[in-house]
Write a protein that binds this ligand. Structure first.
Ligand SMILES: [Zn+2]
Length: 149
């Protein structure tokens, strides 16, 4: 039974990847930008919920050998405001290396970014909410546009 459940969780996650490949492209998001809400990895979220319920462990990814982390499909991306976020930029967690660390904007602010916006986002020079909004707008212009990739 566990093997069947792992197969279902994995299949839903893979199907989500295929759907994402088309629906999350900059041009597709741009084309349907008039809609108030867009595809936010619903198949992946279902897969994640089933994984949690059935304890299949499919969503447990060993990102760091010392930390057992879990991938998550987060709330809507703060930059494009259309895709689901998968990365957070924000306060250093407990146990973070704060020695010699200068207090910065992201020590007190947290944002979520999707896999399209995260690589475009530059946190250097952001010291205020206005700086942040300007950078999020720049990123949105790049990732929701009439281009394929
Ligand atoms: Zn985004």
């Amino acid at each position: 039974m566990t093997l069947v459940r792992r197969g279902i969780v994995t299949a839903l996650w893979r199907m989500d990847d295929y759907v994402d490949w088309i629906l999350l492209r900059p041009v597709t998001v741009q084309l349907f930008s008039f809609l108030p809400r867009w595809w936010q990895c619903e198949l992946a979220k279902l897969s994640e919920r089933l994984d949690e319920r059935w304890k299949t462990g499919v969503w447990n990814i060993q990102l760091d050998p010392n930390v057992n982390e879990r991938l998550i499909v987060g709330p809507v991306c703060d930059a494009c405001r259309k895709r689901a976020s998968s990365v957070t930029v924000g306060p250093m967690g407990e146990g973070g290396d704060t020695e010699g660390h200068e207090q910065g904007f992201f020590d007190t602010h947290e944002i979520g970014l999707c896999s399209w916006c995260a690589p475009e986002f530059r946190d250097e020079g952001i010291e205020s909410e206005a700086d942040l909004q300007k950078e999020l707008e720049r990123v949105r212009d790049r990732t929701v546009s009439w281009r394929w990739s």
